[in-house]
Structures are given as C-alpha cells and as structure tokens.
Design a protein around this ligand. Structure first.
Ligand SMILES: [Zn+2]
Length: 150
C-alpha cells in the first residue's frame, strides 16, 4: 500500500511542477497492466515469461526508466494495484481511479499462487494460499483501521 513508489499505472502531478497535485492514471501503463493481466489470467504465463515478453517488445512496452523488467518487477505490478481507489504516496493518502477491481485483484493473486506452485511445487502448503490471497486494503477494513461504507 504505502510507500514512496507509486503503484504501476499511476503518475503523480505535483503542484510545484504545475500539476493538479493529484495522482492520475498513466494511460500507457494502464494498457500495459491490462495486457499483462491478460497474459497471466488467460495465457497462464509465469511472471518470468511476462517479464521476458515485456523486455522482448520494447517498442510496444517501453520500460519507464529504461531498465530491464524482472520477475520481481512483474510481481510488484501484480501485488500492488490500487484496486480500491486509495493509495498512500510520500506519507499522503490519495483517492485515485482504480485500474482493476477487487475481484480481478483476487484472481491475479490466485493465478500467481498457482504459478508458484507449478514452478516450485508445494502441494501440501495450502495455508500459504490463504495468507497470500488477502487484499491488504480489505484486511485493513476488516480489522477496523478503515471505515469503509461497503
Ligand atoms: Zn480488496
């Protein structure tokens, strides 16, 4: 959730730089996010294959800071979306347009986990799944840190 790095798909528009002071959707990143979600959920690609595919097609998927995308980059993209329209950036809370909904977030977590099981094989450790599936935002809502209407 929090931190100094914006979730993939968003761009900060600081007032001092002439912006609105809001966090806006980066349409190009949003398109990349939705494409990679499709690769994960419908083509069942692993995070490594997704990273490789992004790196192979640099004209269609230009890296933000010119870096190579790794499995961890893809993993970070998938586990930190603002699926409830809230995010924390540099100590401040922002309302943002969600790029995906909570149900999609859950499907992504399940696919990532299935992925991990396929490549590393821990068929017995089902308890890992439960911990892994939680949306941090919902978890906070449940523990009463947030007072959400729904
Ligand atoms: Zn949630």
């Amino acid at each position: 959730m929090g931190g100094h790095t914006l979730p993939f798909g968003y761009v900060a528009t600081p007032k001092r730089a002439g912006g609105s002071g809001k966090i806006m959707v980066d349409l190009r990143e949003k398109a990349v996010l939705l494409t990679t979600i499709d690769w994960l959920l419908h083509e069942h690609l692993s995070t490594l294959s997704i990273a490789n595919r992004l790196n192979t097609d640099r004209s269609q998927f230009p890296p933000k800071y010119g870096q190579k995308r790794y499995r961890s980059t893809v993993y970070r993209i998938f586990t930190n979306p603002a699926c409830h329209g809230k995010l924390t950036y540099s100590g401040q809370s922002y309302e943002v347009e969600p790029l995906i909904d909570h149900a999609t977030f859950q499907r992504i977590q399940e696919a990532l986990h299935a992925n991990q099981r396929r490549t590393q094989g821990h068929p017995k450790h089902d308890y890992l799944l439960r911990g892994f599936l939680k949306c941090k935002h919902c978890e906070k809502s449940l523990s009463g840190l947030y007072n959400r209407k729904q």
